[in-house]
Design a protein around this ligand. Structure first.
Ligand SMILES: NC(=O)c1ccc[n+]([C@@H]2O[C@H](COP(=O)([O-])OP(=O)(O)OC[C@H]3O[C@@H](n4cnc5c(N)ncnc54)[C@H](OP(=O)(O)O)[C@@H]3O)[C@@H](O)[C@H]2O)c1
Length: 281
């Protein structure tokens, strides 16, 4: 076991990223600035200074930007939601000003909204040095009829249009990304996994302690995270939390490394019997 969160390479981007990152949807807007600072300090200390947010996550991004202002040590992944070019420019200008940065590490087209025009725009921002890496996010079965389709996602990957793709994947839905992972790997596109706990819903039905002991896991969250890491194409898994101690536990969990095939199959079998996850953004 290593003492900090391990990293994995994102080949096309040419960077190594921590296998664990901090999601921010619906978890940081309700906590005070001291707790948020503590959460971010925990992420930094364990070697996972990577955050994922979006301008449409209530005031989460504004709060995050205030804490990370002029701090280049975090890898900041955020998103474009709008389709109107003037709105895209205005939101991006606010993001740069908020973080007090000349560029954003990873800017993702949220749920593939307006992806053709937004990816062209992103390429121009990359050329101008205002964005390091481009990406798209997509939620299987939860895309709200917005943005693009699964066929659009397949095209984006096959045509090698982005550096990263973010998709939902967890042990209760083990086959969701079965075509996305190999396509991304073939192009060296980094894969960021969202909703490893199904927004927490999967945590409501943990297996018995004896089951976890046989897997070599100390907790159900650990088993679910190590199930995600059993997919070698995955670069980073995001866990959203409002609690520093949960992020610390998640960091300890990923240090255990990927589950073996038999353990991963057992985790998926148990997770599928748990209540389904709710859609997210
Ligand atoms: N379309 C998109 O682009 C999109 C869509 C969905 C999500 N995302 C991104 O992916 C991130 C992660 O997904 P998610 O927020 O949907 O869900 P998630 O990470 O699957 O689950 C989050 C929930 O798990 C709980 N939790 C975390 N660690 C825990 C632990 N060790 N023990 C017990 N409970 C724990 C949190 O509660 P506590 O606060 O109590 O810890 C929170 O309620 C999002 O925040 C967002 O950044 C992107």
């Amino acid at each position: 076991m290593t003492s900090t969160v391990p990293t994995r390479p994102a080949r096309k981007a040419g960077v190594d990223l921590p296998v664990l990152g901090l999601g921010t949807w619906r978890t940081i807007d309700g906590i005070g600035p001291d707790r948020l600072a503590d959460l971010l300090e925990t992420a930094r200390t364990v070697g996972a200074p990577l955050v994922d947010t979006a301008p449409v996550y209530s005031d989460a991004e504004a709060r995050l930007a205030r804490q990370l202002r002029a701090d280049p040590s975090f890898f900041v992944a955020t998103k474009i939601w709008d389709t109107d070019p003037a709105a895209v420019e205005a939101v991006f200008a606010r993001q740069l000003a908020g973080y007090a940065r000349s560029g954003i590490d990873l800017l993702q087209v949220h749920n593939l909204n307006g992806w053709r025009a937004n990816l062209d725009w992103l390429d121009r921002q990359k050329a101008a040095g205002r964005v390091r890496f481009s990406g798209v996010t997509y939620q299987f079965d939860h895309a709200f009829g917005l943005g693009g389709s699964r066929a659009d996602l397949a095209h984006v990957l096959a045509a090698d249009l982005v550096d990263f793709v973010q998709v939902n994947m967890n042990a209760a839905e083990p086959d969701l990304a079965e075509d996305v992972l190999p396509a991304a790997a073939a192009a060296g596109i980094g894969v960021i996994v969202m909703r490893p706990f199904g927004e927490g819903a999967l945590l409501a039905s943990p297996p018995p302690d004896g089951f976890l002991r046989e897997l070599g896991c100390a907790s159900w969250p650990e088993a679910l995270l190590r199930w995600v890491l059993a997919h070698p194409q995955v670069t980073t898994v995001l866990t959203a939390t409002s609690r520093p101690e949960h992020f610390l536990a998640n960091a300890a969990a990923v240090r255990g490394g990927p589950l073996g095939p038999a353990e991963a199959a057992a985790v998926a079998a148990h997770a599928r019997s748990a209540p389904g996850a709710r859609p997210g953004r």
